[in-house]
Design a protein around this ligand. Structure first.
Ligand code: AKB
Length: 339
């Protein structure tokens, strides 16, 4: 008998850490963790199996299907917005072809099992592209359908993969004689804001200035924030992000009116993050040194998101507003971590 499992790609990343810990604590599911680097030692006892490998390796994915009955896929593996700009074509391969490989695997599994495999996909505010700062200021709370003109390879990849997911969910092989009634994949995506975790530091993103300011101050390291103080985007702490992934996975399909949902917690300027960090770490050595190219990217991302569809369809609401995020989670946990 093949073992029923939850597959997590990009398992060693920031979200993977949080998700593996959450599933181990709150569920009894068997997790298969896949990443290009070995899983952190602290996570190994929390999963059934960890595999070092690439989402582009078709043989590896084929073997996964032979050995496991996959009920849900959390496809977290991707190259983030800043890193992707250094080699856009490689990023495209990993972000798009990797997702395509997993979607194909999910459809095959769904057809074997006669029930749709759930495919949970973290998209991003990078899927938006607002052309000017004036438009950004006037846009207010942006809904999923507006301003879908990303300026980064990562953003283009995320937006396109949202569409791929919708296609695999609803239109896959629509001309095939046996198309009618065939089980495909149950695709569900969340557009995340910038994320901040007390446990891990992100690598390769453009919203990284938020977590980087905080972690650098706690470690007593100097840091140059690469965006202007007045830069505003939405942020969220990792526990809320993980809660959202799991909540969206659990909700019955008939409650969902969309494939892709915005979620948000609080919008905050770089100056406000700086002020909170300074107040908590009086010796923090943080300065603003704008990197115009990275600033341009963040300037295209919305200040605020409209997450009313998620609130309505699957009762989304964050546990942490700005005050609780920093006061009850980030600052105490980070202080403890680096002490
Ligand atoms: C990035 O900065 O690339 C990510 C994101 C906003 O999706 N954190």
């Amino acid at each position: 008998m093949r073992q029923k499992v939850v597959l997590i790609t990009g398992a060693n990343g920031e979200m993977g850490h949080g998700l593996i810990q959450y599933l181990a604590k709150h569920t009894d599911c068997n997790v298969v963790a896949l990443d290009v680097v070995p899983l952190d030692k602290s996570l190994r006892s929390l999963v059934s199996t960890y595999i070092v490998g690439d989402v582009l390796d078709q043989m590896l994915l084929g073997r996964l299907v032979v050995e496991h009955e996959i009920a849900t896929i959390y496809h977290l593996a991707s190259i983030l917005s800043t890193k992707a700009e250094y080699n856009p074509e490689t990023a495209h391969r990993i972000n798009v072809e990797g997702t395509l490989n997993l979607l194909r695997l999910a459809v095959e599994q769904s057809q074997w099992q006669g029930t749709a495999v759930k495919f949970i996909y973290p998209s991003s505010i990078a899927a938006y592209g607002i052309p000017t700062l004036k438009d950004k200021a006037e846009a207010g709370e942006v809904v999923e359908e507006d301003w879908n003109y990303p300026t980064t390879m990562y953003g283009c990849n995320k937006l396109y993969c949202e569409h791929l997911g919708r296609y695999y969910n609803s239109h896959y092989r629509q001309l095939a004689a046996d198309h009618e009634g065939k089980t495909t994949v149950d695709f569900r995506a969340i557009r995340f804001p910038g994320l901040i975790s007390a446990e891990t530091v992100p690598t390769g993103g453009t919203s990284d200035y938020g977590p980087e300011m905080l972690h650098a101050a706690a470690k007593g390291e100097a840091y140059n924030c690469f965006v202007r103080p007045d830069t505003i985007i939405p942020f969220m702490v990792m526990p809320d992000a993980i809660k959202a992934l799991v909540k969206l996975e659990e909700v019955p399909k008939n409650r969902l009116s969309k494939y892709v949902y915005n979620i948000t917690s609080y919008s905050i300027s770089a100056q406000e993050i700086f002020d909170i960090v300074k107040k908590s770490f009086s010796n923090a050595d943080i300065h603003f040194a704008v990197d115009p190219a990275r600033q341009n990217i963040v300037d295209t991302w919305p200040e605020r998101l409209d997450d009313s569809a998620a609130r309505q369809d699957w009762d989304w609401s964050p546990d942490f507003d700005c005050e609780r995020s920093f006061g009850e989670y980030l600052i105490p946990a980070i202080k403890q971590r680096y002490e």
